[in-house]
Design a protein around this ligand. Sequence first.
Ligand code: PLP
Length: 632
Amino acid sequence: NSLYNIDGWGLPYFSVNSSGNVTVRPHGNQTMAHQEIDLLKVVKKVSDSKCNGGLNLHLPVIIRFPDVLKNRLECLQTAFNYAVKSLSYSSYYQGVYPVKCNQDRFLVEDIVKFGSGFGFGLEAGSKPELLLAMSCLCKGSAESLLICNGFKDIEYVSLALIARKLSMNSVIVLEQEEELDKVIDVSVKLGVRPVVGVRAKLRTKHSGHFGSTSGEKGKFGLTTTQIVRVVRKLEQCGMLDCLQLLHFHIGSQIPSTALLADGVGEAAQIYCELVRLGASMKVIDIGGGLGIDYDGSKSADSDVSVGYSLEEYALAVVQAVKFVCDRNSVKHPVICSESGRALVSHHSVLIFEAVSSSKYTVPTMSSFDVQRFVEQLPEDAHSDYNNLSQSAVRGDYEACLAYADKLKQRCVEKFKDGSLDIEQLAATDGLCDFVAKEIGASDPISTYHVNLSVFTSVPDFWGIEQLFPIVPIHRLDECPTRRGILSDLTCDSDGKIDKFIGGESSLPLHELEGENGTKYYLGMFLGGAYEEALGGVHNLFGGPSVVRVSQSDGPFGFAVTSAVPGPSCSDVLRSMQHEPEIMFQTLKHRIEEYVHDDGNMDGAMIADGIAQSFHNTPYLTVGSSCCLTAAN
Ligand code: PLP
């Protein structure tokens, strides 16, 4: 547990039980040990065959815990309620969930359901996101905000205004000055009075990895000059009362409350100025940026951690808004936040299997082997070998390694010009590795091959080197004896994970052959935000299977409430415009031609096997039989 710092990044949701398995406490209640779910039992239930009582789903699998989501939402709301009360703030907090973080239908529906008691809303950044937010909010509370961010065309603006006509609380946030003309035109045409917000480009700049959104040169938002022009134009059209919200977003993973308070304070001052200019301001929307502690270090100096708690975040926000509004004698606004990462990261765990590991086994060499090797060496390599053995006798290990390297290079050259055969080259490599091992300089890091695509399931590691906690989900009562990196299934050298939380370049791992030859499962935690939407289909590996798990009173303490297998080979082929049905018919035709010529071939079995391959998972199916070999 302490080896992987699970208490640091995982509490109150993740812990380790007395069997050495990772457990989940979906309600975040640390004192209720009987309410914990053993992850290994969930994986067994999900992946076991139907005849063993399992669901027969293939790994990798995402296990969602809707109760964790509910707890995160309630904690966020409680933190702001507490800050509002303790600071005598005279308005309230009303959040929205930015659907870009994870657009999964059931997740968004859950957020609307869990948040309807406190008017929690949604934020959309594109037309499909707006359509999904509109349809989900039909079932939510009428006060819930529907924040319409992102670049907008006439169609986007029309949809947002129709939402208002349908009694949804939509706010069109201007990201660009030109959007105002569209809003004015369409609202007149549809006869809908819009509620408008402006996104301000703040001067406060977040210097971390996620801070490129902020500052005067940030990609989004209006400069102060543009905001003033928007106010004038709305005034001229008799629509200044429509301007009711000020939005900003200084970037994800805001590292400290000092930076947060600085940004919120600047925005609150703009808010007060808009009030002074005559707008009917009601809401300050502080965007996203509430960070989470991926490595458990609680540090403000790292992209994978933050130096504050949820409660400290809420207090800093409320205090900064209150201070500026009081100074300007402005009525306290409703505070809205668009926290995505902090809301959904914890709710899912990605489970995958390590299928093999490669640790180079250094050949043992007897003095007889060495003598034979030396006899076969080309004449000019003898001096390298002599230097190598003399430095070994002297105990000069640095020189020893240097001569081993020289010997190796010379032999490679000889191999390239054809004067050394492949066995001699292999013997040279073996001798050099033997020397490195004897003097303690060999590489102790193993490569664990995992049944996963980094590009599909951990795209932020590949794209921006974002680190996530990765931990074996069992055998944690056993001391790991190896260190390894994880190499995925794709034919791409970037498809590996070789950096881990805590700045480590390898992970402590167990020998693969566990007791009774059991499988070795790893979990990637805190990946519920962004990873699913960003993942691609490199090498045509599709997304993982997905299950939803809730606590139950049954014998296992949990129930799988929905199970969706990951895409099949046909599904991923279809996503690139291939037509699996036609592909199969073409192959079947070819089989029939060959069966005609080769009387021993069982065409029907081969065709069945190929049909099955189209339906199967693109991931490795370790240990299961294959219809194609049966056909041979
Ligand atoms: N709001 C806006 C406008 C964003 O661009 C983002 C993410 O980049 C968010 C909210 C969500 O941010 P986070 O996930 O850091 O809470």
